[in-house]
Design a protein around this ligand. Structure first.
Ligand code: 56B
Length: 228
């Protein structure tokens, strides 16, 4: 996905322009994402891109920079503004009577802006250390392979046989919540060894591990979702 967007940008397709996004056609998007795999949830992603273009124009004067500037360098405020502005970033769920907020794409966006600008200008934020892990499919895959988390045999059987978990079901929420919790436990374990790191740092470290073939081939939970 990232490579496709980079290719489009380099070929002069204005994929960051709100007007282009708001009027994006299915054929345009198919062309941009053409590659070796069929993109799941294509219609949902097309809708979300068009919606993002419309909202950037209607709420943020056509440029996400204005959202970042309105957050006044506070990472948590920036994340909340993204979630409040863009419905496709409202990555939350109900677990019984409890509201659960993962906000994975909103948080990783702020983390990526912080990295892209090397912590300067629009990438300069306080409270980066309060971001949680970005709860996706990759981290629990690595955490389980490392033995940091384990699944009930019934869930393990579903995951290992690649059964699709429905988005927002108890088991999917439990996997994502345990991912966030496990990263906090690892962060505390690093601190106990005298190594102060952030949840984002632990997250990136686990994600990088996940790129190794020995981890990539391990089972991970399947879920059709736009949130990760
Ligand atoms: N939880 C978590 N998810 C991460 C990353 C990164 C890379 N972050 C860089 C930033 C600092 C470090 O240098 C990292 O290398 C990408 N992703 C997610 O993967 C997905 C693409 O994956 P695939 O389809 O396999 O290429 C996509 O949804 C993207 O959001 C991470 O760190 N943590």
């Amino acid at each position: 996905m990232a490579a496709s967007l980079k290719r489009a940008q380099e070929s002069g397709i204005p994929i960051t322009q709100p007007d282009f996004l708001a009027n994006l056609s299915a054929d345009d998007l198919k062309g941009i994402l053409s590659g070796n795999v069929e993109i799941p949830l294509f219609e949902e992603r097309l809708f979300n891109l068009r919606e993002a273009g419309r909202i950037l124009n209607s709420t943020w004067r056509g440029d996400i920079i204005h959202l970042l500037e309105s957050a006044k360098g506070n990472a948590l405020v920036a994340v909340k503004k993204i979630v409040d502005s863009f419905p496709s970033f409202r990555d939350d769920a109900r677990y019984g009577e409890i509201e659960v907020y993962f906000w994975k794409r909103a948080q990783i966006f702020i983390s990526d802006v912080n990295l892209a600008f090397a912590g300067r200008k629009w990438g300069k934020f306080i409270h980066m250390d309060k971001l949680t892990a970005f709860a996706d499919y990759k981290l629990p895959q690595v955490l389980r392979a490392l033995g940091v988390i384990s699944y009930h045999p019934d869930l393990a059987s579903k995951v290992d046989s690649m059964q699709v978990l429905s988005q927002g079901c108890e088991e999917e929420i439990e996997i994502r919540a345990m991912t966030v919790w496990a990263v906090e436990a690892l962060k505390n374990a690093f601190a106990a060894q005298g190594r102060e790191v952030s949840s984002t740092w632990v997250d990136n470290w686990l994600w990088q591990l996940g790129q190794m073939e020995s981890f990539r081939k391990r089972p991970y939970h399947r879920c059709r979702t736009i949130f990760y």
